[in-house]
Ligand binder design. Structure first.
Ligand code: BES
Ligand code: ZN
Length: 598
């Protein structure tokens, strides 16, 4: 077990070459041209720096970038620089010698063809099929594949950007954004609040805007805009609820953009502009907790940021907790309970998959020498949330809410590591600190026995139906007619391990799972379909895997397929067809999974 480290200042981010205590970026000014033919970004990054008096080098992170030249303080002649050897996951260190007078460093560069943060889509891969599309995904350490920067969550800077794109496309960033195209195809951006590099984001495509409320709105391809505007109509209410809970929103506007289906995540909390998967457009607003989640990151993560990726649970655990509080405000306690129970199931499954003694089940991780992406699991999300629920249960909601609000307020625009958080907790809520075995939760493995078990009243009916099914009685539509997507999801997760073709057919005939327009439910249903070789669902499975790039759905499905020789063959064939549609974040995981198990 690790021991808490109280010398927080000496903590180094093992995933960055930067030495911010010597020379640190304060502002980034980007000037980039987006070229869809060569699939490159090219231009320059100008960095304003603050250096210690004796500092002689600025250290930056890069990966796959071609550095053309480096200029200091707008001088005429190029300065020297050293590009270090390639290190796995981390890329290359860029060292720029400084003089005591240096205030500004300009790097002329272009991105490589395989830049991991960038996904270049052909028109065919978009909803409208007419225009190409580009989007970035910088978290966790991919910003360095498109900007030479100090790519560490403990380093914050403001930024501005000029971005040149084809005239028929609109550029958007994690910054103040335009609401319509201009005739030049040149867009200016400013982000006045300091952010860490993993929140740098750019999207370029044929998108249009629709307002949701006075501070909120949605961008989407024209053919998707109406559905998106309907689905996200409650965003303004979420923003208001979030502010009532934990204080004023610090980022001016909150907009969403619906990306093409290859986006590897459900959502990404890029400041002022959440990036979202189209797979949450269910038509009935049933999957909007994802919006609450990304919105909640405007406090937990974007305002108070994990200092290193070992502290990732601080970002995600708080965000899951906050997300469910927002949903409770809007839709009531019984709704939030359903989310809580589904999340708890994910947690139990994840602990089981890792093994309860695995170090990957600790909240505080040690990712040295590993890809920080390995730390992205339901441990950070759901064990993090479970820890916070446990603390809340000791002090009561009123006191807990005061604490959380104070935490966001006190550490706004700063980074926070696990030990600093625990110190603050001990100081502000000594009673909770004493009553809960905090080290066991944070540095221990598996799920502590004192975890709160949330019960869902709405799920009781579902559990009865699932039990009846086990006894051979199919639930009637009469019984299920008021079920929401969450009840259905719970039901599908409760299906018996093995089912006969007749049982599968009967269920599907009654409830039409294979045709479900709700991707969350469809993905859940496809698991028993694969497990029980329910062939009528195979075309839907293949179609889903070829069009959707969301890693959370892909991994369990491919994993289930690889459990039989026949399934492995089908997985390989589908993957060959689907892989060109996936983002590098997804192929990174799947290449490995299919190599190991395929
Ligand atoms: N910040 C994450 C996505 C992420 C994490 C990207 C780590 C890269 C590295 C985002 O807020 C997130 O958690 N998305 C979830 C949705 C959420 C409702 C749990 C997702 O994409 O599934
Ligand atoms: Zn998140």
């Amino acid at each position: 077990m690790h021991q808490p480290n109280d010398t927080a200042l000496t903590i180094r981010d093992v995933h960055s070459f930067a030495r911010p205590e010597e020379a640190v970026i304060k502002h980034l000014s980007l000037d980039l041209t987006v070229n869809f033919d060569t699939r490159t970004l090219s231009g320059r990054a100008t960095l304003d720096i603050a250096a210690a008096p004796d500092a002689d080098t600025l250290l930056l992170d890069t990966r796959g970038l071609s550095i053309e030249r480096v200029m200091l303080d707008g001088e005429e002649s190029p300065a020297s620089f050293i590009l270090g050897p390639e290190v796995q996951y981390l890329g290359q260190k860029l060292a720029v010698p400084l003089t005591p007078q240096t205030k500004q460093v300009t790097i002329h560069y272009h991105t490589g063809p395989e830049a991991a943060a960038l996904q270049w889509l052909t028109p065919q891969q978009t909803a409208g099929k007419k225009h190409p599309f580009l989007f970035t995904q910088s978290q966790a350490i991919l910003a360095r594949t498109w900007v030479p920067v100090q790519d560490s969550p403990g380093v914050r800077f403001t930024y501005d950007a000029t971005v040149r794109v084809p005239k028929d496309l609109l550029a958007l960033m994690s910054a103040g954004n335009p609401q319509q195209r201009n005739s030049e195809g040149v867009y200016q951006f400013r982000m006045e609040q300091p952010i860490p590099a993993y929140l740098l984001a750019l999207s370029v495509g044929d998108v249009t805007f629709a307002p949701a409320g006075s501070r909120t709105g949605v961008y989407a391809e024209p053919v998707t805009l109406k559905a998106a505007a309907y689905e996200f109509a409650e965003t303004e209410k979420m923003l208001e609820a979030a502010e009532r809970l934990y204080g004023k929103y610090a980022w001016d506007r909150y907009d969403l953009i619906v990306l093409p289906p290859s986006f590897p995540f459900g959502g990404m909390e890029n400041p002022r502009l959440t990036f979202a998967t189209p797979t949450i457009l269910a038509g009935d607003r049933s999957l909007t907790s994802l919006v609450a989640h990304e919105l909640a990151h405007s406090w937990s993560g974007n305002l108070v940021t994990n200092q290193t990726w070992n502290d990732f649970w601080l970002n995600e655990g708080f965000t899951v907790y906050f997300e469910r509080r927002i949903m409770e405000e809007l839709y009531g306690r019984d709704y939030a309970q359903m989310l809580e129970v589904l999340g708890h199931q994910d947690l139990v499954q994840t602990v089981q998959d890792f093994g309860k003694d695995s170090p990957d089940t600790q909240l505080k991780l040690n990712l040295a020498g590993r890809d920080p992406d390995d730390g992205v699991s339901d441990i950070a999300y759901e064990k993090g949330n479970a820890f916070l629920l446990r603390l809340e249960s000791v002090v009561g909601r009123r006191k807990w809410d005061e604490f959380v609000k104070g935490y966001f307020n006190t550490f706004a625009f700063q980074s926070m590591n696990t030990e600093q958080f625990l110190d603050y907790l001990k100081k502000e809520l000594p009673q909770a600190y004493r009553q809960v075995d905090v080290p066991a939760w944070v540095y221990g493995r598996g799920l502590p026995a004192d975890a709160i078990r949330v019960k869902s009243t709405r799920f009781e009916e579902v559990e009865k139906a699932a039990l009846a099914l086990k006894m051979g009685n199919q639930p009637t539509q009469e019984y299920t007619k008021n079920w929401s997507a969450h009840e259905w999801l719970h039901f599908v997760r409760l299906l018996p391990e093995t089912m006969t073709p007749t049982q599968m057919t009967q269920l599907d005939k009654a409830f039409r799972f294979t045709e479900s327009g709700n991707n969350e439910l469809l993905a859940a249903w496809l698991l028993p379909a694969v497990r029980n070789r329910y062939e009528p669902a195979y075309p839907a499975l293949e179609n889903f895997l070829v069009t959707v790039g969301r890693r959370k759905f892909l991994v369990p499905l491919y994993n289930e397929l690889t459990k039989t020789p026949e399934g492995r063959k089908r997985a390989a064939a589908i993957y060959r067809k689907a892989r060109p549609n996936y983002h590098s974040v997804a192929t990174g995981t799947l290449d490995q999974l299919l190599k190991e198990k395929g």
